[in-house]
Design a protein around this ligand. Structure first.
Ligand code: NAP
Length: 316
């Protein structure tokens, strides 16, 4: 049997990287072997990946010196950072830059970097349509990733850029699911400004990344946005209601109201949703379900995702 090429996967115990590792392991006759990078090789999630056949290695993106052994001998690398663990965009940028430099130093041939738009390219800091946050960001968790694209280009190994969409799992785990309304119906409340929201099953992001590795080096330097389906708030509420056997109404929350909710990251997310609405079709076209299905033929649309997940959506 030919030696399989190693894909070293950051975030392997998480949603995006986990989806990629499982997708590689589900294709044992394919060209790739999965190397799962984690800070905690003894964690339950890391052990589950090892039991499923992944090589598990320790590294911490906050410690650049730990990255070289994790990438040694790898053909490919999937890089993702987790802003929501610390809500610190500067730290996220440093982690991404360390990953980029380490891929180059290790001689990796194909990187997939999970990035997002640097909103400041569309809405500069002096543009008051969106409030500036922390003095230098419009949407910290987007800006910090997009800002690092240049570092991947200039200091990293050859890189393909992947832009993910809103995980539908946010309805389960991120507190964005429906709430009980005054009339006893459920209310899905999101600040969409009438726009469609590109959404995706988190597991499909990793499967799309696998597709980019399979497509090969022609993906280098290109941006690929992925989404399972781009739906209006009303469409999501209607489909969710059908799956839950309840009436779900949609409430389009004003952006300023959402920014004022006060939970950690509320202003960042409020700006994100407003940016998506401001860009309109440009944001949707940058996340194309047809292209995503080319990369991941089993890509779920929202109804298929609901069939598998509706029972997990917490409803009061
Ligand atoms: N939620 C959404 O709708 C959405 C949409 C688009 C993009 N995103 C972006 O997705 C990113 C998070 O990805 P995810 O959802 O796949 O993550 P996740 O499920 O929350 O898991 C986080 C992963 O990051 C790893 N990690 C965190 N800090 C690390 C470090 N210092 N060194 C090495 N590994 C580290 C963790 O590994 P260990 O703990 O095992 O070390 C874990 O595997 C966020 O930055 C977010 O902005 C989210």
């Amino acid at each position: 049997m030919a030696t399989r090429k190693i894909i070293a996967v950051f975030g392997a115990t998480g949603a995006q990287g986990g989806g990629l590792v499982r997708s590689i392991l589900a294709d044992p006759d394919g060209p790739y072997a999965a190397r799962a990078i984690t800070r905690k090789p003894d964690s339950e999630k890391a052990r589950a990946l090892a039991d499923a056949g992944a090589e598990v290695v320790a590294a911490d993106a906050d410690d650049p010196s730990s990255l070289a052994p994790a990438l040694a001998g790898a053909y490919g690398a999937f890089c993702v950072t987790n802003f929501w663990e610390h809500l610190n965009a500067d730290r996220e940028g440093k982690q991404a830059a360390a990953m980029a430099r380490a891929t180059k130093a290790a001689g990796v041939q194909h990187v997939v970097w999970s990035t997002l738009e640097d909103v400041r390219k569309w809405v500069p800091l002096d543009d008051n349509r969106l409030p500036t946050l922390y003095g230098k960001y419009k949407c910290p968790h987007f800006d910090s990733k997009g800002e690092m694209d240049k570092v991947f280009v200039e200091e990293g190994a050859p890189t393909a850029f992947l832009r993910a969409a809103f995980y539908w799992e946010n309805f389960i785990y991120f507190g964005l699911g429906p709430r009980m309304g005054d009339d006893g119906n459920l209310v899905l409340a999101l600040p969409l400004g009438g726009a469609r929201l590109p959404g995706i099953a988190a597991e499909d992001i990793g499967k799309c990344a696998h597709g980019l590795f399979r497509e090969g080096l022609s993906t280098i330097g290109k941006y690929t946005g992925v989404a399972g389906e781009n739906l209006t708030g009303q469409e999501m509420a209607m489909k969710m209601g059908r799956a839950l056997g309840r009436t779900v109404d949609f409430h389009d929350v004003p952006f300023d109201v959402f920014r004022g909710f006060g939970f950690p990251g509320a202003e960042d997310l409020g700006n994100m949703f407003e940016f998506q609405a401001m860009l309109g079709d440009e944001f949707l076209k940058a996340r194309d379900p047809v292209r995503s299905r080319e990369l991941d033929p089993g890509l779920l649309d929202f109804e298929r995702w609901l069939e598998q997940n509706a029972a997990k959506i917490p409803v009061a």
